[in-house]
Design a protein around this ligand. Sequence first.
Ligand code: SF4
Length: 206
Amino acid sequence: MSIPLTAPLIGVNRHRLATDGQGVTTLVAFHGCPLQCRYCLNDQCHDPERILRTATPEQLVDELAIDNLYFLATGGGVCFGGGEPLLYSEFIEAFCELKVPEWKVTVETSLNVPQHHLERLLPHIDQYFIDIKDCNPEIYRAYTGCDNKLVMSNLRWLIGHKGIAERIVMRLPLIPEYNTPDHVSRSRAMLAQMGVINFDEFEYRT
Ligand code: SF4
């Protein structure tokens, strides 16, 4: 008997428009994140007491199918966020193999995960929203408590695949007390040199 694949969720939000991918989307937020960002908006992802529930890929497909007509009519689908959704690559892969083929799949990720998660999901992801924080390793460490080596090597690996750069939206924040507009410009220049095309610059509100 095989053990069913389940994932802990902290939220499922329907009918999102133009916030995380094309068309109408449902945001599915997973529990758990390897980073400790100072201004984390989804802090419940670190607290096991605040897991809303668990779901299997089959249950999630059935649940999201209620919005099938919206997804098909608008070119929308599902956005996986969190927490860090790529830690659940096995779950997302199983979901993608069961879902309606036309549903688009978007992920909001820090990319700070072992590369095998990206490899597994490469054929399934239509758009990546990448929270890069800042490319300067000291700023990154001060803000997240973690190293960014894996982030940069994963990004290089992703962009090395034909057609993937076009699918990436790079979120580049001005982080009060941690970086400056000059740091943001330097990160942007470095990322553009690596092949990143689409940027979303904004300022964190503390
Ligand atoms: S990567 Fe996102 S979810 Fe994780 S700690 Fe940072 S802001 Fe929070």
